[in-house]
Design a protein around this ligand. Structure first.
Ligand code: PHE
Length: 339
């Protein structure tokens, strides 16, 4: 049981030790714990208040005043410390969340089209400006469209598995293969559209060639086909010469050298004089009437020309790239030069 002396003693001890405890707290949470110990239900102050009833009534008033003085003084210290800690905690939280609006932003890295796609777009744009439309076709073809419809005989060596990558070898027209050129789209497009036809077809093609500086088993071509009532070899020459001048420069000279393709007659290769030497640019010719028959066109009513060019080759000529493999390795140091 508390005596008067005990109560006074405890209050004095508390009054002298508590301020240091309050001052030593470093967070509002620590302070809340200290406050409970100093002024809470089980604190010496609460005990003292509870003990008042047992004190001689004459002393009660003085002790009551003493309790209140000690309690008020400590509460004042606690409230002051709470203000300090709250403020520094808010300051720290703001600092942790701070965004420096004056820092330079991080610009997103903008990608570009691969140089092969850029060259496809350049080629296609030149023909679109002349009124050609653009079509695309399947990369997996049948032997029929890749060969037969194009007047390529069953015995032609390009049908062999040593040249053509087959998905399913099959009989003459039933084979399924990776198209070896974009020319099958000549037949597909004419089957689907009545003349006149002015179309270019960019796309991937596949051949059983090992990768070397000038060959790749996968490459790209742009096919062209013009069919109308009076198309002549002069139209072919004029169109392709104009293309060469647009693509390689207006002083570019071209020449046409006789060649053979089963689906054009006559056929030619167009060569262009660029950077001091003659380069083979593309294959071309007047659409063979046999192809018109295969697709249901009347060969006595229409004539046309067709051409096909290798995109990687055009890219190499255009940009002076010596080795085709540079275009395929995805080395950013190479590709960044064509942004
Ligand atoms: N398809 C031929 C090739 O891949 C190119 C070509 C297309 C030739 C159209 C004439 C007409 O070599």
């Amino acid at each position: 049981m508390n005596t008067l002396m005990d109560i006074r003693q405890e209050l004095q001890t508390l009054a002298s030790s508590a301020p240091a405890i309050i001052a030593a707290t470093t967070t509002t949470a620590e302070l809340a714990d200290a406050e409970a110990a100093i002024t809470g239900k089980r604190s010496p102050i609460a005990m003292a208040r509870r003990g008042l009833g047992k004190i001689d009534p004459e002393q009660r008033r003085d002790v009551g005043i003493l309790i209140k003085q000690v309690a008020d003084a400590l509460q004042h210290d606690i409230d002051q410390r709470r203000n300090e800690l709250t403020e520094s905690e808010e300051t720290a939280a703001l600092a942790a969340d701070a965004v420096d609006m004056t820092l330079p932003g991080r610009a997103p890295v903008v990608g570009t089209h691969h140089v092969i796609q850029q060259v496809i777009d350049e080629i296609v744009d030149i023909f679109v400006a002349l009124g050609f439309t653009v079509a695309r076709g399947p990369e997996i073809e049948t032997s029929f469209y890749n060969f037969t419809a194009l007047n390529i005989p069953d015995t032609h060596p390009s049908r062999l598995e040593s040249d053509t990558m087959y998905v399913d070898f099959g009989d003459a027209d039933e084979g399924v293969l990776l198209r070896t050129h974009t020319s099958p789209m000549q037949a597909r497009y004419m089957e689907q559209h009545d003349p006149p036809v002015y179309v270019v077809v960019p796309g991937k093609v596949f051949r059983a060639d090992p990768l070397d500086p000038t060959h790749s088993p996968v490459f790209h071509q742009v096919e062209g086909l013009a069919v109308d009532t009076n198309i002549t070899f002069g139209d072919l020459k004029g169109t392709l010469e104009m293309f060469a001048k647009q693509f390689l420069g207006k002083d570019t000279e071209v020449k046409f050298i006789p060649h053979y393709f089963p689906f054009t007659e006559p056929s030619a290769e167009m060569h262009a004089f660029s950077n001091g030497r003659w380069l083979e640019l593309l294959g071309c010719g007047m659409v063979n009437p046999a192809v018109f028959e295969n697709v249901g066109y009347d060969p006595s009513a229409v004539t046309g020309f067709a051409f096909g060019m290798g995109v990687e080759r055009m890219a190499m000529v255009r940009h002076g790239i010596q080795d085709l493999r540079h275009l395929l390795e995805n080395d950013a140091r190479v590709l960044r030069q064509f942004v």
